[in-house]
Design a protein around this ligand. Structure first.
Ligand SMILES: [Zn+2]
Length: 247
């Protein structure tokens, strides 16, 4: 039996047995681990708090024949404020669902955990527009997962920037005003293109640091969402629910 300790966030839970939980933890350097938490549904059980959805803990796991159990869960951050509204809660659950779909097995890259923790942090604190957090999460995650859009210049003539550009969500190609005219792809203002370049190319510590006017932010959201869905070849039912409740 192997025993190890690693930090991670609970991204999904389900119930089993009389009082047990199955939890899926996005860990720092072992991908997503599915593990049993014995007795964790009992409110007085020592694993109860730490194995709840969105909890960030130092987890001690034991593993035998690819079956994992959680022995300890030392809470580092509860992210209670992710439950403060249906909008924030739904968005947080959507982030978790996307992570479940795109983190490779036994992935040792900590960038997935850092992106999720940062996104949770800004959603919980409420100091960024939730749509901005959503777009940063979607687009930077696409890049991390190997789907970096080609935003450096027009795909056809290499023009860096025109006041209107065209972005093809299906394949991540960008076109200038002249080359893109008449194409059946969305027309995008330069502010949105700048924001997309910022999310893809800037240092990780700065990706949430930009501002956009509301209309541009809505456009950015449509693009990053479509692009992520096209890249992963997945739809997410929570998005339709989110569209129905967001302000
Ligand atoms: Zn061009």
């Amino acid at each position: 039996m192997e025993k190890f300790t690693v930090d991670g966030v609970v991204i999904k839970t389900s119930v089993t047995g009389e009082a047990d939980r199955i939890v899926w933890v996005l860990t720092r350097d072992r991908g997503v681990i599915r593990a049993f938490a014995k007795g964790a549904r009992g409110t007085k059980n020592r694993l109860h708090g730490g194995t709840s959805l969105f909890c960030y803990c130092d987890f001690t796991f034991s593993e035998k024949n690819n079956v994992y159990n959680i022995n300890e869960a030392l809470v580092k951050e509860v992210f209670f404020d992710l439950r403060k509204s249906m909008e924030i809660l739904t968005l947080s659950q959507y982030f978790c669902e996307v992570i479940m779909k795109c983190v490779p097995d036994k992935c040792d890259e900590e960038i997935y955990l850092r992106l999720l923790l940062n996104s949770f942090h800004f959603l919980a604190k409420g100091n960024r527009n939730p749509l901005l957090v959503k777009s940063v999460f979607e687009l930077r995650l696409s890049c991390i997962a190997g789907y970096m859009p080609s935003l450096i210049a027009c795909d056809n003539c290499s023009e860096y920037e025109t006041d209107i550009m065209y972005f093809n969500c299906a394949d991540g190609r960008l076109f200038c005003k002249n080359c893109g005219r008449g194409m059946a792809v969305p027309e995008v203002g330069v502010a949105v293109i700048s924001a997309m370049r910022h999310i893809c190319f800037s240092d990780f510590s700065k990706i949430f640091s930009f501002e956009l006017q509301e209309n541009s932010l809505k456009t950015l959201n449509r693009l990053t969402e479509s692009y992520l869905k096209a890249s992963l070849g997945q739809d997410f039912s929570l998005l339709r629910y989110f569209d129905g409740i967001k302000d």
